[in-house]
Design a protein around this ligand. Structure first.
Ligand code: GLC
Length: 723
């Protein structure tokens, strides 16, 4: 932002602030939900009075030009100072054109693709009158029982941080005057993904070392990228709710990181301070959260109900109210809402920019890039497109529920189902024999439909098993203790695979979290992880199934052998008795392995890649030196392919324990058959740094190991020393 623009905005805000009463300033700190009637028409009667009297600063779940224009008129035309509303909405991985869920997008490791996807979702959301989206969600998560892993980028702090930057760039764009961008909101601050037992909203307790080393960096990355706002988390962190946490909201966010933007709470999180047991009533809850640094109250109304009195009785300084209101006004001014409150509400854009063919094409491309080939025994995949009678079996074969749970204005009617995708690919002459066989309802045991499914298998020359979770199974308030295939799907798979004999069977998985697939992996020759691929899901899966696209996804989260391994993550400590040192006295289980079924970074291809020996510029460097390492990667197969070359680093001896490996860089290569590319990585002092016991970021001399490969569990290693 230019100094001139900054100055102009500053004057605009300060002039307005000086005119405002205490109640009007507090009104800016109050956010309420907009609502619609059963026909989807705006039905905001219960909030209109507050909007007209300046008691509302922002309305969320508000989208649509008609909806937002109508409410804006109430605010601008009736309140004393005519301050415009800020419209917010959860546009997480698409507005109307729904892209793959964020965990799937992370599996693409394609930062440019992710930036493009978030650019498109911002264009569509802004065209519908939205100003502000509650994204990116950057909660690192190592527990797939937690339903919201679908909404983040998985278990690794670097991948999550790089994706957070890409998402902020896509959402906010680079032109402050543009009307096809949104203000972003990085969430949920902080450590929401570490809920004990993977149980939603549960307690979070960790050392400040782990908080700062593994959970905070993605937030800092988003803010360094210019993210406009922050949303507080529901959970407690070390016995203090995040929504009134001085260490998070003041010490780290403001004093250490210098963030000056607005902090909004999650939905009724201030009210929930009473349930947490740190507030006896609304006034105490409001006082604790506002004094800790919260600027806007989402939906609890505790600010609007109590802050005036708290200021009058001296429990809250009016200077704190001024600071919070200033941040809200600043955001509105930066969005140009004081110059033109209706600049985003444009009917023409709303009809021209949403769910376009171009957006669908982008969604289909990204869905293809997000899929992970987990197994392909006997090269079952890709299926030949000469198959003219395909049995499509399973509860996910003919459903539009491929959008995921945070689908904003996404419409199931727009979705291309897998059945439609296969028909589109094979042509109308192909016969697609469809049978659900069983449901994917949790707890369902009805297998009566399997026999009919087997009858179709007997007639087919290829079988596609479409299995997985329903959109409702991985979401907010959707933790699962058993993360196997819901319902009797495994029994269906077992019977179909047995009946199929030599008929090729490809299993496609649609799910929002890593599942425990050990039994399925034992019996299915070909497994393709498609996640929830979005509006173009059916076409994208068909593109990969029939080989038009070579899968290139790599897992952003470990897939456990058993739920008993959780939390499971690749960048673990070695322990003092690592497995293998002693047959009995070692860190291991009696009944299951330590290793996941599929490790972080894993994914197969329809082609093969060969890694040459790692070359290192030298074997010893100084503390401030950067070491270059390189190797050649060759496509040794017959198809074009994309390889994600991953670099992991281990600091073998340090003043604190260091993980056995940590992702420090990666490169996504596109190689034609026979093509080789020299890949060079630069191992910088920053990559070698870590937090020591005193929570200082340091780099120490000693022995380091470099691992370069196609997953966290593969690749050659070399050593070097830092003197
Ligand atoms: C929800 C979610 C949060 C979302 C907010 C508004 O409870 O936790 O991610 O942005 O409420 O819908």
């Amino acid at each position: 932002m230019s100094p001139e623009r900054y100055q102009a905005l500053d004057e605009q805000v300060e002039t307005l602030l000086r005119q405002m009463t205490l109640e009007e300033k507090i009104g800016q700190m109050n956010q309420v939900a907009g609502s619609r009637d059963t026909t989807g028409a705006p039905a905001n009667t219960e909030i209109e009075e507050d909007v007209r009297t300046g008691r509302v600063g922002s309305v969320f779940n508000a989208f649509g030009v008609e909806f937002t224009r109508e409410l804006q008129q109430q605010a601008v035309g009736h309140s004393r100072l005519g301050i415009p509303l800020l419209f917010g909405y959860d546009i997480i991985h698409g507005f109307r054109t729904i892209f793959p869920i964020p965990l799937a997008q992370a599996a693409s490791w394609h930062l440019e693709g992710i930036e493009q996807a978030t650019r498109i979702m911002a264009v569509e959301g802004a065209a519908a009158g939205v100003h502000w989206t509650f994204a990116p969600m950057v909660d690192v998560a190592r527990d797939p029982r937690w339903g919201r892993v679908m909404e983040g980028a998985g278990e690794d702090v670097l991948l999550t941080s790089l994706i957070a930057r890409a998402q902020v760039r896509g959402i906010q764009g680079s032109d402050p005057d543009a009307v096809d961008t949104l203000a972003a909101c990085v969430k949920h601050y902080a450590a929401y993904g570490a809920a004990e037992a993977g149980r939603e909203y549960n307690t979070v307790d960790m050392s400040e070392w782990r908080l700062r080393e593994h959970y905070l960096p993605p937030f800092r990355a988003a803010l360094e990228e210019g993210c406009a706002t922050v949303m507080t988390a529901f959970n407690t962190l070390n016995a203090i709710p995040a929504t009134c946490h001085p260490l998070l909201l003041d010490q780290i966010l403001r004093r250490e990181w210098g963030f000056e933007g607005m902090v909004v709470t999650d939905y009724t999180a201030i009210m929930e301070l009473e349930q947490h047991g740190v507030a006896a009533d609304a006034a105490e809850a409001a006082r604790k959260s506002v004094n800790a640094g919260v600027d806007m109250d989402m939906q609890s109304s505790y600010f609007i109900d109590t802050l005036s009195e708290l200021v009058r009785c001296g429990q809250v300084n009016e200077a704190r109210i001024d600071e919070a209101a200033r941040r809200v006004l600043w955001l509105k001014a930066a969005l140009g809402l004081f110059d033109d409150p209706y600049r985003y509400a444009d009917e023409a854009r709303e009809t021209q920019c949403i769910l376009t063919d171009e957006h669908r094409r982008a969604a289909r491309t990204q869905a293809c890039e997000s899929m992970v080939l987990l197994k392909n025994e006997g090269f079952v995949l890709p299926l030949s497109d000469q198959h003219q009678k395909v049995a499509l079996i399973g509860p996910l074969g003919n459903t539009p529920r491929l959008l995921g749970s945070w689908r904003a204005d996404g419409d199931h009617d727009d979705t291309v189902t897998l059945r439609e995708g296969i028909i589109n690919r094979l042509g109308e002459d192909a016969v697609i024999l469809c049978a659900q066989g069983v449901s994917n309802e949790i707890g369902d045991t009805d297998t009566s439909g399997i026999e009919d499914a087997l009858e179709l298998v007997r007639q087919a020359d290829a079988v596609v098993l479409a299995l997985g979770e329903d959109e409702a199974h991985a979401d907010e308030a959707a933790s699962r203790a058993d993360i196997g295939l819901p319902g009797p799907q495994l029994e269906l798979a077992r019977r179909v695979l047995a009946e199929a004999g030599d008929t090729p069977v490809a299993t496609v998985l649609f799910n929002g979290r890593p599942l425990t697939l050990t039994e399925l992996d034992d019996m299915a020759p070909a497994l393709l992880e498609a996640w929830w691929p979005g509006t173009e899901g059916g076409n994208a899966v068909a593109d990969v199934l029939f080989g038009d696209v070579n899968p290139s996804g790599r897992l952003p989260m470990s897939f456990p052998v058993s739920v008993g391994q959780i939390p499971i993550y690749y960048n673990a400590f070695n322990t003092g008795r690592p497995k293998g040192v002693d047959p009995k006295y070692a860190s291991q289980y009696l009944d299951i392995p330590n290793a996941p079924l599929y490790p972080f970074g894993f994914g197969l291809s329809y082609t093969t890649f060969e890694y040459g020996a790692i070359k290192s510029a030298c074997t010893e460097i100084g503390l401030e030196d950067t070491l270059e390492v390189s190797l050649t990667v060759t496509n040794t197969g017959e198809r074009d392919g994309i390889e994600v070359v991953q670099l992991y680093l281990q600091d073998v001896h340090a003043s604190v324990v260091r993980p056995i490996r940590e992702l420090r860089d990666f490169q996504r290569l596109s190689l034609a058959p026979g093509q080789s590319e020299r890949v060079t990585f630069r191992i910088t002092p920053e990559m070698r740094s870590f937090l020591n016991a005193g929570l200082e970021r340091v780099q120490e001399p000693g022995l380091f190991r470099v691992q370069i490969g196609s997953s966290s569990a593969s690749g050659e290693e070399i050593e070097f020393r830092v003197a």
